[in-house]
Design a protein around this ligand. Structure first.
Ligand code: ADP
Ligand code: MG
Length: 238
């Protein structure tokens, strides 16, 4: 236990919540399959970043997480890698039933970046990833979703439009990520985010990541997450 405390301190990790899993030191400690380890190596990721060291074991244990770490700290892989594991753990993949993993991001640029990262790890498994955001043909996105996918990465407004059009259902969605939550608030997406969350089954796993954690964001997190573990790395702005 003393070791864990010292190790967290050395990585500037602070946690709160009950029964917090211990941080890992290496990707080898995560129980990833060979295919995933190969994909990680292919990215040139030698060891997990501090947010990954602590968030990976918590997310892999099925817990909800509030993750706070500055831009560029590797938050994407902290939710994408466990999402692949979560999807592969599903008993049967039936594409008609809609995505299993749903990721909301505030802008199309961010959604596209997450898409590229998710594709790299999804590819070895044949997991289909769709990205839907404004500024692109809604009809094309409608068709893409209708064709089936296990992961959808979306900006909130476009995802709501496509849900209204019945391009997808959330029946199978059990892994929800709200990325850059602070920016989603800044851009006024709180009502859209709440609407999306309300359409996803309550027994989902929910993860909220942000570079800063203003009170409004923390309050939303506490409302929509269940017994979350909070992980903050380094100096965290409000
Ligand atoms: P954030 O979402 O926290 O701003 P990103 O997930 O976009 O950060 O990651 C920032 C950069 O770090 C990306 O180029 C990503 O490929 C890289 N990266 C992520 N994890 C690792 C790792 N474990 N080792 C090396 N580079 C990494
Ligand atoms: Mg990010």
């Amino acid at each position: 236990e003393q070791d864990v405390t010292e190790y967290r301190k050395s990585l500037a990790i602070r946690t709160s919540g009950f029964d917090v899993p211990r941080p890992v030191k290496a990707f080898e400690d995560c129980g990833f399959s060979t295919a995933l380890m190969n994909a990680i190596a292919k990215q040139g990721y030698e060891k997990p970043t501090p947010i990954q060291c602590q968030a990976l074991p918590i997310v892999l244990s099925g817990r909800d997480v509030i993750g706070i770490a500055k831009t560029g700290s590797g938050k994407t892989a902290a939710f994408v890698l466990p999402m692949i594991v979560h999807i592969m753990d599903q008993p049967e993949l039936q594409k008609e039933e809609g995505p299993i993993g749903v990721i909301c991001a505030p802008t199309r640029e961010l959604a596209h970046q997450i898409y590229l990262e998710a594709k790299k790890f999804a590819k070895p498994y044949g997991i289909q990833v769709a990205a839907v955001y404004g500024g692109m043909s809604k009809l094309d996105q409608f068709k893409e979703l209708k064709a089936g996918c296990e992961i959808v990465i979306a900006t909130p407004g476009r995802l709501i439009d496509l849900l209204k059009m019945k391009a997808l259902t959330m029946l199978r969605a059990t892994y929800l990520v709200l990325d850059e939550a602070d920016r989603m608030f800044d851009l006024g997406f709180e009502p859209q985010v709440r609407s999306i969350v309300g359409q996803i089954r309550p027994d989902r796993q929910t993860l909220l990541f942000s570079a800063t954690m203003p009170y409004k964001v923390e309050r939303l997190a506490r409302e929509i997450l269940t017994d979350p573990v909070r992980v903050a790395v380094g100096e965290v702005g409000m």
